[in-house]
Design a protein around this ligand. Structure first.
Ligand SMILES: NC(=O)c1ccc[n+]([C@@H]2O[C@H](COP(=O)([O-])OP(=O)(O)OC[C@H]3O[C@@H](n4cnc5c(N)ncnc54)[C@H](OP(=O)(O)O)[C@@H]3O)[C@@H](O)[C@H]2O)c1
Length: 256
């Protein structure tokens, strides 16, 4: 069982991970790197973590270390600390392959992971490659774990982390439209988000039903759902999403 987790790179993602870890367990010790002292101290106070004196001290006190630095910093950060065999080092840096990470993380074991911010609520679907018992245990605390059999799947699957952000943009657009019709803002917000949650929960609780079949049951010929869908199709409102996914994939495929 994991008793201590070290986190190097205390930024946005680290904050979500710390919150989720503490929600999941009061016993796990969380050790944070000191850079961005204000955020590290605030997280330590709020969630009972410890701020180490430097990055090496994070590594020296834990067997499982998450590198939550930006991709361009992750290699340098790793080069400047000494990992030990028997440690598991998890990189969340988008676009950095296991082969790229291995030389700077060796002799520790390298794992790639792709959690998203709802880890704070223990609801993050998290991609992992390669399968690793410590990484699986850790991310199961933060939501659902998806082990990818091949690293070549990791990049396309990571694009969904960007899609996660676009969902906020879509909901914001629909909430703004609803509110400008005169519906109170707080009602518009709840109505839209609860509608999305309802649709998602229906789909998740019916894993054998294809979404297009579920949609068919909602579309009355000549009705309002059909009318709006026709406009979305005519204006490439749906294929624009595939175009955005494809563009992000191309960019990620160029990184190492
Ligand atoms: N944000 C997300 O929801 C999300 C989701 C999935 C994956 N990711 C991945 O997670 C990583 C972090 O993303 P983020 O959005 O959390 O970025 P962020 O907010 O910029 O956090 C990165 C943190 O690392 C710190 N850092 C840089 N060099 C360091 C060093 N030598 N030692 C210790 N800390 C150092 C940065 O400090 P300074 O600001 O002082 O440079 C910053 O606080 C990225 O690789 C990203 O691809 C993020």
């Amino acid at each position: 069982m994991i008793e201590r987790i070290g986190i190097i790179g205390v930024g946005h993602l680290a904050s979500y991970l710390v919150e989720g870890l503490r929600r999941a367990s009061h016993n796990i010790e969380i050790i944070l790197s000191p850079r961005n002292a204000e955020r590290a101290v605030s997280l330590a106070d709020q969630f009972g973590a410890t701020v180490a004196k430097n990055n090496q001290a994070v590594v020296d006190t834990t067997d499982v270390i998450i590198l939550t630095t930006r991709p361009e910093d992750t290699i340098t950060v790793s080069e400047n600390v000494a990992f030990q065999s028997g440690q598991t080092v998890i990189s969340v840096a988008i676009g950095l392959s296991v082969e790229t990470l291995k030389p700077v993380i060796s002799p520790a074991t390298v794992v790639r992971a792709m959690p998203i911010s709802c880890a704070a609520l223990n609801q993050s679907p998290t991609l992992i490659f390669p399968d690793n018992p410590k990484a699986r245990e850790l991310f199961t605390l933060l939501g659902q774990v998806h082990i990818l059999p091949h690293e070549s799947d990791f990049t396309p699957a990571s694009v969904i982390a960007a899609f996660y952000g676009w969902i906020y943009a879509l909901c914001d657009e629909v909430i703004s439209w609803t509110a400008q019709t005169g519906v109170p803002q707080h009602t518009a917000r709840s109505l839209v988000l609860e509608t999305v949650r309802g649709a998602v929960n229906m789909a998740l609780t019916n894993p054998d039903k294809e979404l297009d079949m579920m949609l068919k049951t909602l579309v009355t010929p000549g009705g309002i759902t059909e009318q709006g869908l026709n406009i979305l199709h005519q204006q490439q409102g749906l294929t624009a999403w595939s175009d955005a996914l494809e563009t992000v994939l191309k960019r990620l495929s160029k990184s190492k």
